[in-house]
Design a protein around this ligand. Structure first.
Ligand code: UDX
Length: 447
């Protein structure tokens, strides 16, 4: 089928490349000329395992093309996927300006009975508004549908090509048939439902995953008080198929461009519809607090007990720049918001580096993939090329991202090069007993 993808970010680029690899003829359109020029040359602006290969293969077969012309991209398209950003507005709601701009751009050029599908995460009811817009502005019959994406950064290709389910929100049987044709070679359950239900499935799924994380993080905080081990607790819980082991890894909380945005948007949606989503508000608060609870552990360890704790500041946590790390060197390992990506949006490692500088610390940083992105936002830190370089002479090592490289690192190689032997492991990657045998004081989350 002839498919157009509007927006070439994570979702748009992965969707376009993967559908091209499944035999479709795909045209991706973006307003960013430089980005499109690079993509035409097979240059990918993001680190995403396997994406390079899939894009280049599609380009070489002529099945994947790039343009800045909405008209050219949607001409003769049977399906147009909207995959533009829906960033959070000031009040936490999803900012839909890019979605509606995309609708304006494509509206005059759509073929009759084309299906316009929202891949972007949009508030419940958005697609209904888009449908009304087309009815007003286009003489043609345009079907509107919701097909939310569930890919995870760092696993995007695999998640797209092997989805747990495909959700199709349609209110025209014909639109459903066309979209099933798009996904005919995908072997997974297809959930065909109303447009609103499909939009809600996306938000509810992310909100539930975020809830699991905040739940296990609170259990971890209690474990610390009762001398229980949250990794064992999580294992014992997760063996119950009703609970499941996934997303039960305690740590310093979730980041990224999705969970923080989507949970705030869902809370907004609830409020606008007269419901106070108390549980979700707690999930958000727990997540905001979790990183600063850990930060205070670092402060408390490196400073004498009488040292005044830093006043509340950023996001309600430790903040206010009380210079509690004056004269200390702290090594932050991990700047990407999670392993497997170079994305630093809502990254806790970035948050910590900024806060440590504010509190007077000398800060060294290392991340396997996110250093270039981090250079755009961090000043006054030492950018290092390895774990060894970052931790040399440090008073504390802080692990903030669950990179396998950090999990596998042999800290015995550097134990004698530490000024103070402290490791604050925000992702519970290391073995406390092993650290103790090296004379390194180990601080995890819930251990
Ligand atoms: C998420 C959803 O998983 C995906 O389905 C949706 O399409 C987009 O949002 P993503 O944001 O890429 O994907 O990352 P994910 O792997 O879900 O992790 C989100 C955050 O939760 C990361 O900061 C990660 O470190 C954290 N996390 C994850 C935990 O703290 N504990 C866990 O057990 C799992």
């Amino acid at each position: 089928m002839k498919i157009s993808i509007v927006g070439t970010g994570y979702v748009g680029l992965v969707t376009g490349a993967c559908l091209a690899s499944r035999g479709h003829q795909v045209s991706c359109v973006d307003i960013d000329q430089a980005k499109i020029d690079n993509l035409k040359r097979g240059e990918i602006p993001i680190f995403e395992p396997g994406l390079n290969e899939v894009v280049k293969e599609g380009i070489n077969r002529g099945a994947l093309t790039f343009t800045t012309s909405a008209k050219d991209s949607v001409a003769n398209a049977q399906v147009v996927f909207l995959a533009v950003g829906t960033p959070p507005a000031e009040d936490g709601s999803a900012d839909l300006k890019y979605v509606f701009q995309a609708v304006e751009d494509i509206s005059p050029h759509l073929p009759n009975e084309c299906v316009v599908v929202s891949k972007s995460t949009v508030p419940v009811g958005t697609n209904r508004k888009i449908s009304e817009k087309f009815k007003l502005e286009s003489e043609k019959t345009v079907f509107v549908a919701s097909n939310p994406e569930f890919l995870r950064e760092g696993k995007a290709i695999d998640d797209f090509m092997n989805p747990d389910r495909i959700v199709l929100g349609v209110d025209e049987p014909k639109a459903g048939l066309i979209l099933k044709e798009v996904y005919k070679d995908f072997d997974c359950p297809i959930v065909e439902t109303s447009i609103e239900s499909a939009e809600m499935i996306k938000y509810a799924s992310n909100a539930f995953l975020a809830t699991k994380i905040s739940f296990i993080n609170e259990i971890a905080n209690i474990c610390e008080g009762v001398d229980a081990n949250v990794k064992d607790v999580s294992k014992g819980m997760g063996l119950d198929p009703r609970i499941g082991e996934a997303f039960l890894s305690a740590g310093i909380g979730y980041g990224g461009s999705c969970f923080p945005k989507d949970v705030r948007a869902l809370d907004q949606i609830a409020g606008l519809n007269g419901y106070d989503f108390k549980l979700l508000k707690s999930v958000i608060q727990v997540n905001n607090d979790q990183r600063w609870r850990f930060y205070k552990k670092i402060e408390g360890t490196l400073n004498p007990p009488h040292f005044p704790a830093s006043p509340a500041g950023r996001q309600g946590g430790a903040g206010g720049g009380c210079r509690s790390f004056e004269g200390k060197k702290i090594a932050v390992l991990g700047l990407a918001f999670k392993a497997g990506t170079d994305d630093i949006r809502e990254s806790i490692g970035i948050d910590f580096a900024l806060k440590l500088i504010e509190d007077g610390s000398q800060v060294s940083v290392y991340d396997p993939q996110a250093m270039d992105n981090a250079r755009e936002v961090l000043d006054g830190v030492e950018f290092c090329n390895s774990i060894e370089e970052a931790v040399d002479g440090s008073d504390a090592i802080v692990i903030t991202t669950e990179w396998q490289e950090f999990r596998d690192f042999d800290f015995s190689k550097i134990a004698d090069r530490l000024k103070q032997k402290n490791i604050f492991d925000g992702r519970n990657l290391s073995d406390p007993d092993c650290m103790q045998s090296l004379g390194i004081k180990y601080f995890g989350v819930g251990l």
